[in-house]
Ligand binder design. Structure first.
Ligand code: ADP
Ligand code: MG
Length: 381
């Protein structure tokens, strides 16, 4: 559940005065962290369907949200005075960031209406806390040990063996802050992180990665069809919906619902898993819309963003259903010049393209993984 300060959104609010569609105040504002912002942008798109008035707060005046939101407040995201200025105008506040200043969050949660609270965010901010919480609530991560120094590292390796992976406990995202260790030769790669807190975990030769996105209100928990996720160098490349066996999908959904229930979380939660020999292993979680759920915009009867919008606006949730097999391709800086004329293109309107930076995505409906590989893969490097 780690996202860097470079990514996405923090806090969202619904202003007091609105056009009151169906008697509901539906003005919403988003407080956004530096850079990124595509998750907030797509949430704002969904909120607009309900006539919401959306405000984003971001230090970058040209963030993704600028092209969808009604207002952008240009400010550092943890500037209490500006957050208060925004929060005073809204009815509901939510967040989408994971590395936000705790003081600011607690202040907002104590003084304003933030329906997700701070608990799921707190639990996801540190990999050790996150995994211990998962164990306590019925999920199983792969074997891991806390690593502070070289001694811990060597002991960990003697228990787990190679291959294993070192991860910083905080601020990791898209594979940053991770080192895969295949032999003693790789040990020096970890030295720059030692001194800080990290974990060592078994590098699992999983059959596949999968994720589940859930939304919970006071009445029920709904789950989106789990996707099969293919990563390239630690970054999501493809999400494939309608691929997993029913028995694995059901297991993923049931365990995830049970977990969310036991944790007493509300709002949106994404959980990443490894699947091996029919067993599921918890990897990490995020209390926000998730990259692997972009496919739901065209692939399902309701998107993860619209479901979250409905939660925030106190509308009944809708049971998500897959409309057709769907493949979502992440478009990174290096893929941007592709000439693929097919699929649904979502531009994040980022001013600067860099290799490995998420610039947009393309969704192919009525498409299996085999179809994708035969027809569309050739357009991307
Ligand atoms: P983040 O998404 O925050 O960068 P993750 O822990 O999800 O961090 O790691 C990113 C990707 O690296 C995973 O989706 C997976 O492809 C790979 N990975 C991470 N940990 C393991 C592991 N223990 N075994 C196998 N692959 C792993
Ligand atoms: Mg991850």
């Amino acid at each position: 559940g780690m996202v860097s300060a470079m990514t996405t959104i923090p806090v969202i609010g619904v202003p007091v005065k609105s056009r009151a569609l169906n008697g509901l105040d539906s003005l919403l504002s988003i407080v956004q962290m530096p850079g990124g912002g595509q998750l907030g942008m797509m949430l704002a798109e969904a909120l607009k369907k309900y006539d919401a008035y959306v405000i984003a707060l971001d230090p970058n005046p040209l963030c993704s949200c600028k092209y969808v939101c009604d207002e952008i407040i240009v400010s550092e995201y943890n500037d209490l005075a500006n957050l208060k200025k925004l929060a005073d105008r809204v009815d509901v506040i939510t967040y989408e960031f994971e590395n936000v200043n705790a003081e600011a969050l607690i202040y907002l949660n104590d003084n304003y209406n933030m329906p997700q609270g701070i608990r799921p965010l707190f639990d996801s901010q540190n990999r050790i806390r996150e995994k211990e919480n998962a164990i306590k609530n019925g999920l199983r991560p792969v074997e891991f040990y806390k690593i502070l120094n070289e001694d811990d590292l060597l002991k960990g390796i003697s228990k787990i063996g190679y291959p294993c992976v070192y991860k910083t406990t905080t601020l990791g995202y898209d594979g940053h802050g991770q080192v895969v260790l295949r032999s003693d030769k790789d040990l020096p790669l970890v030295s720059k992180y030692l001194g800080g807190e990290g974990i060592l975990e078994k590098y699992l030769k999983y059959d596949y990665e999968a994720s589940v996105i859930l939304v919970r209100d006071n009445k029920e928990i709904v789950a989106f069809p789990p996707s099969y996720n293919i990563h390239k160098e630690g970054i999501l490349d493809l999400s494939v919906a309608g691929f997993l066996d029913d028995s694995i999908s059901e297991k993923l959904i049931n365990k995830s619902k049970e977990f969310m229930n036991l944790c007493n979380y509300y709002g949106i939660l994404a959980i990443e898993y490894f699947v091996k020999d029919g067993e599921i292993y918890f990897n990490e979680m995020a209390p926000r819309p998730h990259n692997s759920g972009h496919y739901t915009i065209e692939g399902c009867n309701i998107s993860q963003y619209e479901e979250l919008a409905r939660f925030l606006l106190k509308r009944p949730l809708i049971e998500p259903k897959l409309i057709s097999k769907t493949v979502m391709k992440n478009v990174l800086g290096e893929d941007l010049e592709n000439k693929c004329p097919f699929g649904f293109w979502h531009d994040y309107y980022k001013k600067e393209s860099r290799p490995k930076r998420k610039m947009g995505h393309i969704t192919f409906t009525n498409t299996s993984l085999d179809d994708y590989n035969q027809k569309y893969k050739k357009y991307f490097i």
